[in-house]
Design a protein around this ligand. Structure first.
Ligand SMILES: [Cu+2]
Length: 152
């Protein structure tokens, strides 16, 4: 009985070892395949996403009849805060390259010393121009060119 038991144990070990040996190349291939898939998917998401770089917050100052010059470079995903520096009401809207108009004030207007925000669309392309204007004061206009960072 003891002999039989040890025999069966002896018999099992080689089978398991054999299985592992024969399964290893397949598993290795699977792991490589999954690794490559992961790399491809991650790479695709990374390169497709405009947010691969960190989004920033910029500030623009709106006076009585103009936007003050800005020195930041707007990138896709960046938020731009527009502060009404004047003592009059404004109603800023942005015209997109495709003609879409987006109002930055959900209610009637932007009161003095208040801030409204606009986020550069994540799918904005390099050189896309967005035009900031005021419904009330048509002289106000700022053309903003988006730059997509070369390196991600
Ligand atoms: Cu205005």
């Amino acid at each position: 009985m003891i002999k039989t038991g040890s025999e069966s144990v002896h018999f099992r070990i080689p089978v398991n070892d054999e299985r592992q040996v024969s399964a290893q190349p397949g598993t290795g291939w699977m792991m490589r395949w999954q690794t490559w898939l992961l790399v491809l998917v991650a790479g695709f998401i990374f390169s497709a996403s405009s947010m691969a770089w960190s989004a920033e917050v910029h500030r623009m100052e709106l006076t009585h009849h103009d936007f003050e010059p800005w020195d930041f470079v707007p990138k896709p995903g960046d938020r731009i805060d527009i502060h009404n520096h004047s003592d009059i009401v404004h109603a800023v809207y942005v015209t997109y390259p495709d003609g879409t108009i987006v109002n930055l004030t959900e209610t009637a207007a932007q009161l003095p010393n208040t801030t409204v925000s606009w986020t550069v669309p994540a799918d904005a392309e390099d050189g896309d121009e967005y035009v900031f204007r005021c419904w009330i004061h048509t002289v106000i206009r700022a053309d903003m060119k988006v730059q997509v960072p070369a390196s991600q």
